[in-house]
Design a protein around this ligand. Sequence first.
Ligand code: M6R
Length: 366
Amino acid sequence: EKGGWSSFMAKEVAEQPEAVANTIRGRVQDGQVVIPELDGLDELFVGINRVIITACGTASYAALVGKYAIEQWARVATDVELAHEFRYRDPVIGDDTLVISISQSGETMDTLMAVKYARERGARTLSICNTQGATIPRESDAVVYTHAGPEVAVASTKAFSAQITALLLLGLHMGRVRSTLTDGTAVGELATLPEKIASVLEKEHDHVSQLASWMADTRSVLFLGRHVGYPIALEGALKLKEISYIHAEGFAAGELKHGPIALIEPGQPVFVIVPSPRHSALIHSKVVSNIQEIRARGARVIVVAEEGDAAVLPFADEVIHIPLAGAMFEPVLAVVPLQIFAMALATAKGLDVDQPRNLAKSVTVE
Ligand code: M6R
């Protein structure tokens, strides 16, 4: 039940520290990620030369974050394929391929068909799922459950942060099994993630909600991100489309001058997810110059940046802060204000945030 919350979505956004903590629990031992469900299944990860992550909607954006983590930590080429696209061509897969599927419900028909197809072709299969005993995990060789608890609102929030967490765990597990993991700080960072999410909720909830209520008449919002901020730009746009029915688009920031910058006119709201300069001064400077380019054309720039990132201040109309975190961990923090923004904007428009028009929680037809 909703408890004292105005909507299931509000409740589920607030439950994210717990969802992430529960997903990590029992999976870190002696400074290493060890996923008990994968015990004895090292052969899933050794001797593969390719990973394909398949999913739909929000789960496919979690998958995109997973691509960066698995490539960095487990050093294996990883691609993300929308389940409905993967299934309807003739993909080059075989027993040297690990196909990871991600699904909150575990019942999404497109994703289920992709898993079955991958198995028929001899690929190794692993699913990341939030629903115990659902069909997709039953059809897979192995499953890593997210422990986000039941998600009721149509717009996925806590399942998304738990999916990213599960992918980070899986990337670290694979890196250990494959002896490719050199990042000594990542495992320790996991434990700090729940409290950092709680701090974003506490510090930014009212600020972002107020921002949204001022923008209730906005007709279009753009989102830009680079590296792991790119999937978050896509997710921020999807949340807004789904529950506030506003035209929203997410772009890779580097694509701007290849087309999307033509959309910028005075007053156009643009969210920019800025990666920490501590991880890569180069990536950070590229995003800051993107901000300058859109600002010069009159965009209203709302930046999501690390606390203390002074470089963005002269060019931002609004700054939303997230705490310092490792590069792979930033997406779980950066998505939170975008969820709050979508929810507050929908509420300001008088819409039902839990039951948006035309959408079902689980898409069980192809
Ligand atoms: O249950 P699944 O994770 O397989 O669902 C996939 C998508 O249908 C789902 O994420 C959808 O995009 C959400 N409504 C997003 O908020």
